[in-house]
Design a protein around this ligand. Structure first.
Ligand code: HEM
Length: 90
């Protein structure tokens, strides 16, 4: 069976700040990633990476390093897809 990818809304994402022992999640290109295991390996450091935690990091990411292949790098960290509250019936 495949990985059970989930649908993530903005209110769910907002909890995943990477602070207070919580996981850090971000959105890149409409996909949601758990970036917690990558934090110690980010060449730009943890604080920089955490700036995209709990929110859509697409624009910030592309401002800093549009050449980085996040899809390939973070394939194992994929959580699911980003949906609006409306799409989720909230
Ligand atoms: C460097 C990955 C998010 C800031 C890098 C590099 C990779 C990477 C592979 C090395 C690039 C190279 O040398 O060509 C990622 C991934 C991210 C992410 C997978 C998201 C999941 C961010 C964010 C910021 C950031 C949100 C800032 C707000 C930086 C900086 C460097 C860097 C400043 C340059 C470090 C240096 O060369 O001294 N990142 N990054 N990154 N990243 Fe990220």
């Amino acid at each position: 069976p495949g990985t059970p990818y989930i649908r993530v809304t903005p209110s769910m994402l907002k909890q995943k700040t990477g602070r207070k022992g919580k996981d850090a999640w971000t959105v890149l290109g409409g996909r949601v990633y758990n970036i917690t295991p990558y934090l110690p390996f980010h060449p730009g450091g943890e604080p920089e990476l955490l700036r995209c935690a709990g929110r859509d990091g697409t624009r910030l990411f592309n401002e800093v390093h549009p050449w980085v292949n996040w899809e390939g790098m973070l394939a194992a960290c994929l959580v699911g897809i980003y949906v609006t509250e409306e799409e989720e019936g909230n």
